[in-house]
Design a protein around this ligand. Structure first.
Ligand code: 5GP
Length: 178
């Protein structure tokens, strides 16, 4: 099963997927490539941080399941290596989610929403990004939300993190038993 976790910036997707893979050993989290610079607060393996040349090379080799340009940088999911029978988790924005749904219509999309715009802005600012970047991400989030709502198999509001994780694990368990 492919599980796509998407949602506007500042909604807590990264924290959520990290918690999901810790709690459920049958989940495998895909590591994306990006040309964005690493944030000081970010671990070196949050992404494969790469150059535009290397990213474009990999595009031309057909090495991505999906990729997109998001606020001036490339982001992409490498074609997953066939490893074991764990379910694959992708944490991606809505354009990528649309691509995955086209390639794999059975993929399950969980779209995560912020409890409020104010809280979303507070979380975005908390990452230490510059002001203009925070504003660009908020604007982008407004564009993404209606598309995500439309495309989603499940909508989850991330108000309380523990409740959100429990809710998402329940969705995943239930999908497995179908
Ligand atoms: P950030 O710069 O905040 O880490 O990520 C920006 C956006 O890109 C987020 O919505 C994140 O989920 C998304 N993203 C991360 N990796 C990928 C990927 O491989 N493909 C796509 N399409 N989006 C991604």
């Amino acid at each position: 099963m492919i599980i796509v976790v998407s949602g506007p910036g500042g909604v807590g997707k990264g924290t959520i997927v990290d918690a999901l893979v810790k709690r459920d050993p049958l989940l495998w989290l895909s590591r994306s490539w990006t040309t964005r610079e690493r944030r000081p607060s970010e671990s070196g393996d949050a992404y494969v941080f790469t150059s535009s040349d290397d990213f474009e090379q990999r595009i031309s080799e057909g090495g991505f399941l999906e990729w997109t340009e998001f606020l001036g940088n490339y982001y992409g999911t490498p074609i997953p290596e066939p490893t074991d029978d764990r379910d694959i988790v992708l944490e991606i924005e809505v354009d990528g989610a649309q691509q995955v749904k086209r390639i794999a219509p059975d993929a399950m999309l969980i779209f995560v929403l912020p409890p409020s715009r104010d809280e979303q802005e507070r979380r975005l600012r908390g990452r230490g990004d510059l002001d203009h970047k925070v504003l660009a991400r908020l604007k982008k989030a407004e564009e993404e939300e209606p598309i995500g709502r439309e495309l989603a198999d499940h909508l989850v509001v991330n108000d309380d993190l523990e409740t959100t994780i429990d809710e998402m694990l329940a969705i995943i368990f239930s999908a497995r038993s179908e």
